[in-house]
Design a binder for this molecule. Structure first.
Ligand code: IPD
Ligand code: CA
Length: 274
């Protein structure tokens, strides 16, 4: 019979071990960095990304778990005797550029699912590693920030709202016309540089929406925050209003609108040209 695993303590331990492993590397960021090739997600691998990924693998093995790791860095790797029992989707460091440049907004993101599919994710953790703030969710049990239940904002007016928009793309000429009407109506536009964490800011009411319609964001960056957003009671859909789903694979890309409540979600949807 399949072993029942209490995943939240396991994911919290992963986060603790990541913090321990990356601490010495944070002191060497101004030194020349080794060339470690390109990761499965298509970006150059940094030593710090690998250290964080290794901390996740080591922790899961210490718990004696069998799992398939789907990671932005080393791709899809099976561990243990029954790797299809658990799928662990990780972006070991989301916001690596922020981290490397000393901008204190970066996270680790880990999601657990029964299948390599977004809507099968049942447990999730996104941790702001700089400020030591941890967002967690379990399917059907709500979402928490450092163990306290979170809810999204009730802000309905774009004129007052804080809305994250990721414009970090080489396809700007295609994406900007789709967003012009929204940007014209919204007074406070942001992009903070670690999308898993920006989604959690919508989940806990820090911001009111976050939109990424570039078609560039990896499913590995989104898997954990997807559950946190949904369990907090906010909305996340495709840009044309359909439920969000994706294969969990480092090469899979997503587009989405995440919004705190129905009113602001509908306002955004009506202004975006999908
Ligand atoms: C990046 C961040 C960034 C987004 C990029 C992502 P990474 O994640 O989430 O905000 O604009 O598209 O790749 O590469 O640091 O894990
Ligand atoms: Ca990353």
């Amino acid at each position: 019979m399949k072993k029942q695993i209490d995943w939240l303590p396991v994911l919290s331990q992963c986060k603790e071990n990541i913090q321990k492993e990356i601490a010495p590397l944070l002191k060497t960021l101004n030194q020349p960095q080794p060339n470690l090739g390109i990761g499965a997600g298509g970006d150059p691998i940094k030593q710090i990304d690998l250290a964080a990924e290794n901390a996740i693998i080591k922790t899961l093995k210490e718990y004696g778990l069998s799992f398939t790791l789907i990671s932005e860095e080393s791709g899809i790797k099976e561990h243990g005797s029954n790797p299809e029992e658990n799928y662990v989707t990780a972006d070991p460091i989301d916001g690596t550029t922020n981290l490397m440049r000393g901008i204190p907004f970066y996270a680790t993101s880990i999601a657990v699912s029964t299948k390599p599919e977004l809507r099968a994710v049942h447990t999730a953790l996104v941790a702001d590693l700089f400020h030591d703030v941890t967002y967690t969710a379990k399917k059907g049990r709500g979402a928490q920030r450092n163990g306290q239940k979170i809810t999204p904002s009730k802000q309905a007016l774009l004129e007052e709202a804080v809305v994250g928009v990721d414009l970090n793309t080489y396809k700007l000429r295609k994406v900007v016309p789709q967003l012009t009407r929204l940007i014209e109506k919204t007074k406070h536009i942001r992009h903070l540089g670690a999308n898993a964490l920006e989604l959690c800011y919508v989940a806990d009411g820090t911001t009111d929406a976050f939109i990424d319609i570039r078609g560039k964001l990896r499913a590995t960056d989104t898997a954990a925050a997807w559950l946190i957003i949904k369990e907090a009671g906010a909305n996340i859909t495709t840009p044309d209003g359909k439920p969000l789903n994706a294969k969990l694979d480092p090469k899979e890309k997503l587009k989405f609108i995440a919004a705190a409540n129905q009113k602001i979600y509908r306002a955004i949807l009506s202004l975006i040209k999908a």
